[in-house]
Structures are given as structure tokens and as C-alpha cells.
Design a protein around this ligand. Structure first.
Ligand SMILES: *[C@@H]1O[C@H](CO)[C@@H](O)[C@H](O)[C@H]1NC(C)=O
Ligand SMILES: *[C@@H]1O[C@H](CO)[C@@H](O)[C@H](O)[C@H]1NC(C)=O
Ligand SMILES: *[C@@H]1O[C@H](CO)[C@@H](O)[C@H](O)[C@H]1NC(C)=O
Ligand SMILES: *[C@@H]1O[C@H](CO)[C@@H](O)[C@H](O)[C@H]1NC(C)=O
Ligand SMILES: *[C@@H]1O[C@H](CO)[C@@H](O)[C@H](O)[C@H]1NC(C)=O
Length: 560
């Protein structure tokens, strides 16, 4: 510093100076370089001698920072404190302070000394810092209906000035009312940096409708508004009603598995229930159902479900068990003989009006009762008893046994005329066997509905009387039939049913024979008449006769 400037500086320090009009203020960013303009950045006067920057200490005394001579490139740093390393000045005489902190919130003064004047311009600096982070800590897991729960604490860290925190629910500002909404604010200032950390704890009494609510913490700072959001909470609340359901189809029938289900409307649902089974109490854990296996008619009655943590919560259901018993006095295979009587006892009991019907071989019939059984009564009888929802079936098979009876014995001439087919038919149970009095080929038999049929093929060389014998363990039946020879019948064409035709042919044959006989007699008579007429008319004429006659004639002539 040259001596002239120094003198002037002393002179200035003596205090004959003009104050600038008021003082400006500015805001700098924390950690950045503060650029403080001198005289709002107006150009320096033409006769400028030097510019000096100083600041006001906490105790009101001035602190020197630096001086820059108009002719000199380099400023002279006067500061001896922390500012010595941090201050500089640019060519527009702006004061530059690096790494702004809150301790830089002071009034800085720029003194402009010219040949004709001395001016001072003050700038009050404030340093601003947005929160390092805005977040919610200590978040709740679930909300409780009608109980205050701390949702979380919103923290806006290290700001200047301090951030203000508010809360919104579904976009609406939440106002603390000391009951449903309690907001507990707090503020901490870092003694080293002076930065403020603002916290706000939200306590809230939820309702069921808050299940989808979105809670947001809003941090408001002069530089930025930030927020942090809470995911919607599950709302827990105790059960207000309990209901017992019977899951099985209705009506419940004896033997069914019946599942009881208890529902409670709390959230979360209860994990255990009491099922009261006709006075007996069963604890069921980790399930809401209880199954009555193969329920009996005695198990009908009142069932109840309650909650272990609040047995006043209950619901009851009455279970009606339908049942139906059906017993028949006959079952399985029932063997009777033709002519015997049949009677069936039906025992039934049910929880309602029992309807009973019968079928025989699938067709509806009346209840089977008979004084005298016939083969036709045989079959499978099913008794069907029912009440709404329940049907019971019992059945028996009736077998009617009897000695065989031949119902038909017939003969039939086969198409090729070389053999005859004899058919013997009989009814009988058990299945009868057939024996014939002739040898045969191509036996064929069937047994359907107690009716047996047996066919044989025979080639009778003579007229036969054929016997069909039908027998089973209960007896036998015999019948015969006359069968004429197939060879004799060549001319007769057809058998049995064509006997009248045969007689007609016989008559025709006899008539024809008589006519032929008459013709022969006529011819003989004519020849005789002719011979005797020749004998009388041709005497002397050469006779045409037998050789014997000729000889006799010659002997006669010789003797004459
Ligand atoms: C009833 O439950 C038992 C045992 O769980 C099972 O064996 C039976 O088949 C069930 N009966 C019916 C009709 O579902
Ligand atoms: C049917 O028979 C069973 C056993 O034989 C018996 O326990 C039941 O009581 C009978 N039912 C009826 C309706 O008679
Ligand atoms: C049947 O044939 C056997 C030999 O095949 C014979 O011995 C028997 O006499 C025959 N019976 C009649 C009735 O023709
Ligand atoms: C066989 O029976 C027929 C009538 O059906 C009779 O005309 C005939 O003379 C009988 N033949 C013998 C050999 O008995
Ligand atoms: C079978 O022929 C005999 C005579 O050969 C006769 O007595 C009998 O009545 C005839 N039977 C039938 C069923 O025609």
C-alpha cells in the first residue's frame, strides 16, 4: 500500500464519509461462493482511487476484509480471521466469499474512495440452504380403528431457514385438533453449522374409510417445496358381527359331512373360533370351519360360533337332519315255486312323508304280492322310498321255479326239401334240457325269459313218430309228432298243412287211372270186334293169323 492511499484510508477511517442510500440485501446459497456487488454493480467513478470491503462484527465493530487500488491488479487482503483465505474481489469490485456458511449472514460494506468522494454501500447477506432430505421415519405398519396411532415422523434435515412441515390426507391439509389429529413438531439446530432440522410427528385416529387414504408430509422451504408419501395403511378393527354358515347343500341328510363356517367382520379376521356343538365347545385355530363327519339324526339341533377374545360375539344356526330308513323282508335272490305265494314286508321310517314305489325289471308295478306265482312273476323288484332330498332303494330278484311244460312242438320242411326242422318249445325254471327220440344234426337252443326253445334237423327215411322230452330237476313233459319220410313226399310236395292237397292229387290220380283203364278196355273191344268180323266175312281168303292157326289150317287142308 502506498503512503498516499494509507493517508487517505486514515482520513476515511476518521469518519468524514457519506453513507449510501439504505442498504441492499441478498441471499446466497450455502456452500457456494457469495458474490456481493458493490453499489449494486454500478460502474466505479472515473476518479476512483480504491475500493475497500469490510463487514460488521457481532459486537458492532467493523472487520476489515480487503482493499483494491484502482491502479493495482492485486487486492490487499486485510482480514486476519477465517475470511483471510476465503475473500477475493473481481474486476467489478464484487466481493467474493467462497464456501458460504451461516456465519456469513452479516452486513458487508463496500467503501468507494475517489478523488472527490467517499461512498459506502452496505449489503446484508443471508445464506439459504434447502433441506438435505425430506423423509418419513418410524412409519406405522397398520392403523387401528378408533385408536390413536403414530403414523410416522417427517424430518426435513439441515435447512436454513428452517423448513416448515405440514401433513395432508388425500390432498387435504390436516389440522391438529388434539383428538383425531395430533401433530407434534420439533426443531433441532446443529450447533456447529447452525442448520435447522425440522421434525413433525403425526398421530392419527383412523376410521374404516381410511383404508385407502394417502398421507403426505409436505416440507415448505423458501427454496423448494418437497414431500414424502406414506403408502396406504391397513386399518385394523375388531369384529362387530359374527355369522355362522352351514356350507353343505340343503337339506342335510343323515350321513352327510356338514361343514360349519364362522365369519367375523374384523380386520384382520380372527385366527381362532369357538364352535359350540350342541353344548360342547370346540376351539378351532387357524381355520374358520368345522366339519361334522357323517352327521347322524341325533346330531340335529342348535349350533353356535363365538370368538375366543369376545364370547359375546355369537351366531347360532339350527341344523335339521333328514333321514330315511327302508327295510324289505326279502333281499338278494328269492327262489319260489310256481303256485306258491309271495309276500313282502316293507318297513320304512323317515323325517318326512315317505313315498314308496315299486318297479319290476325297470317298469313301474304295484307292490309285489301273489297267492299263486307264475313264471311271468319272475324279475328284479326294486322298492324306491323317498322324502325330499333323500331316496333309498332296496331290491330283490324273484326266481319262480317249475317243471317244464311244452308249449309247442312243430315241424317245418326246409327249403331244400332234403330235411325237416323240428322245434320243441317249453317254459320251465331252472333251464330244462331236451331229449329227442331221433338222431339229429344242427341242434340249436335258446333260453330267454324262462322260455326254452330247441330246434333239430332230421332226415327221415321212413315215417317217424318223434318224441320231444323236456326235463329239469322238478319234472318233465313229453310230446310226440308224426313226421313222414322226405323220400315218400317227393311227389307230395308239401307236408302237414298240405295234406288236403295230397288227397286232391290222389283223387285226380284215381280219376286219371280210371280214364286210362276205360280207354284200354275200349281198344281191346275194338280189336276183338274187328277180328271176329274178318272170320265170318272172308271164307276162302288167305287167312292172316298166328303161325299155329296157319299150321292147323294146313293140317285140315291136307286131310281133305
Ligand atoms: C366325509 O368325510 C370323510 C372323512 O373326511 C370322508 O372319508 C368321506 O368320504 C366324506 N363323505 C362324504 C359323503 O363326502
Ligand atoms: C331296518 O333294519 C335295521 C337292521 O336290521 C334296523 O336297525 C332298523 O331299525 C330297521 N329299520 C326299520 C325302519 O325297520
Ligand atoms: C342213432 O345213431 C346211432 C349211431 O350213430 C345208431 O346206433 C342208433 O341206432 C340211431 N338211433 C336211431 C333211433 O336211429
Ligand atoms: C307214410 O305216411 C303217409 C301218410 O302221411 C302214408 O300215405 C304212407 O303210406 C306211409 N308210408 C309208410 C311206409 O308207412
Ligand atoms: C301218428 O300216427 C299213428 C299211426 O301211425 C296214429 O295212431 C297217431 O294218432 C298219429 N299221431 C298224430 C299226432 O298224428
Amino acid at each position: 500500500m502506498d503512503s498516499a492511499a494509507f493517508l487517505l484510508l486514515l482520513c476515511v477511517s476518521a469518519g468524514t464519509l457519506l453513507r449510501a442510500r439504505g442498504s441492499d440485501s441478498m441471499t446466497a446459497l450455502y456452500g457456494e461462493t457469495i458474490t456481493i456487488p458493490c453499489n449494486s454493480g454500478a460502474p466505479a467513478p472515473a476518479d476512483l482511487m480504491f475500493v475497500k470491503w469490510k463487514y460488521e462484527k457481532a459486537d458492532g465493530t467493523p472487520g476489515d476484509l480487503l482493499i483494491k487500488q484502482a491502479q493495482s491488479d492485486q487486492p490487499t487482503v486485510q482480514a486476519t480471521d477465517d475470511y483471510a483465505q476465503r475473500v477475493s474481489i473481481d474486476d467489478k469490485y464484487n466481493l467474493l466469499i467462497t464456501k458460504a456458511t451461516l456465519s456469513d449472514q452479516k452486513t458487508f460494506t463496500c467503501m468507494v474512495v475517489s478523488g472527490t468522494n467517499l461512498m459506502e454501500y452496505s449489503v446484508t447477506v443471508s445464506v439459504s440452504k434447502k433441506p438435505t432430505s425430506v423423509e418419513i421415519i418410524d412409519k406405522a405398519d397398520v392403523l387401528q380403528k378408533d385408536k390413536p396411532v403414530t403414523l410416522g415422523t417427517c424430518v426435513a434435515t439441515d435447512a436454513n431457514p428452517r423448513a416448515e412441515i405440514t401433513w395432508t390426507k388425500n390432498g387435504q391439509l390436516m389440522v391438529a385438533d388434539g383428538k383425531a389429529v395430533v401433530i407434534i413438531p420439533s426443531l433441532k439446530v446443529n450447533p456447529a453449522t447452525g442448520l435447522s432440522t425440522t421434525s413433525s410427528t403425526l398421530q392419527y385416529v383412523a376410521t374404516k374409510e381410511d383404508a385407502d387414504a394417502v398421507f403426505v408430509c409436505v416440507s415448505t422451504h423458501e427454496m423448494i417445496t418437497e414431500d414424502a408419501e406414506l403408502e396406504p395403511f391397513a386399518i385394523h378393527y375388531p369384529s362387530e358381527t359374527v355369522s355362522l354358515q352351514i356350507m353343505s347343500k340343503k337339506p342335510v341328510v343323515e350321513g352327510d359331512n356338514v361343514t360349519l363356517k364362522c365369519n367375523a367382520d374384523g380386520n384382520p379376521p380372527p385366527s381362532s373360533y369357538f364352535f359350540h356343538l350342541k353344548g360342547q365347545k370346540m376351539l378351532v385355530e387357524n381355520s374358520d370351519t368345522y366339519t361334522l363327519t357323517s352327521i347322524s339324526r341325533e346330531a340335529a339341533g342348535e349350533y353356535k360360533c363365538t370368538l375366543p377374545d369376545n364370547e359375546k360375539m355369537e351366531d347360532t344356526q339350527n341344523i335339521v337332519v333328514s333321514y330315511l330308513d327302508l327295510n324289505l323282508s326279502l333281499s338278494g335272490k328269492v327262489v319260489k315255486k310256481v303256485g306258491e305265494a309271495l309276500s313282502v314286508q316293507t318297513e320304512k321310517s323317515g323325517s318326512g312323508d315317505v313315498k314308496v314305489s315299486w318297479t319290476k325289471n325297470g317298469k313301474t308295478v304295484a307292490e309285489p304280492q301273489a297267492d299263486k306265482l307264475s313264471f311271468a312273476d319272475a324279475g328284479v323288484y326294486v322298492c324306491v322310498a323317498s322324502i325330499p332330498g333323500v331316496t333309498r332303494r332296496k331290491s330283490f330278484e324273484l326266481v319262480v321255479e317249475g317243471k317244464p311244460v311244452i308249449t309247442g312242438l312243430s315241424k317245418h320242411r326246409a327249403d331244400d326239401a332234403k330235411h325237416k326242422v323240428l322245434t320243441c318249445e317249453a317254459v320251465g325254471v331252472p333251464e330244462p334240457s331236451f331229449t329227442w327220440s331221433v338222431n339229429s344234426t344242427d341242434e340249436e337252443s335258446s333260453y330267454v325269459n324262462n322260455k326254452a326253445t330247441h330246434k333239430i334237423t332230421v332226415v327221415p327215411r321212413v315215417n317217424l313218430t318223434v318224441t320231444c322230452t323236456v326235463s329239469n330237476k322238478l319234472g318233465e313233459d313229453v310230446r310226440t309228432i308224426n313226421v313222414s319220410s322226405v323220400f315218400k313226399e317227393e311227389s307230395e310236395k308239401k307236408e302237414s298243412q298240405e295234406d288236403s292237397d295230397d288227397q286232391a292229387k290222389l283223387i285226380v290220380g284215381v280219376v286219371a287211372g280210371l280214364l286210362i283203364a276205360a280207354a284200354v278196355v275200349g281198344l281191346i273191344y275194338w280189336l276183338y270186334m274187328k277180328n271176329s268180323r274178318q272170320g265170318s266175312w272172308k271164307t276162302g281168303e288167305k287167312e292172316v293169323g298166328t303161325s299155329e292157326e296157319s299150321k292147323k289150317l294146313e293140317e285140315n287142308n291136307h286131310a281133305v
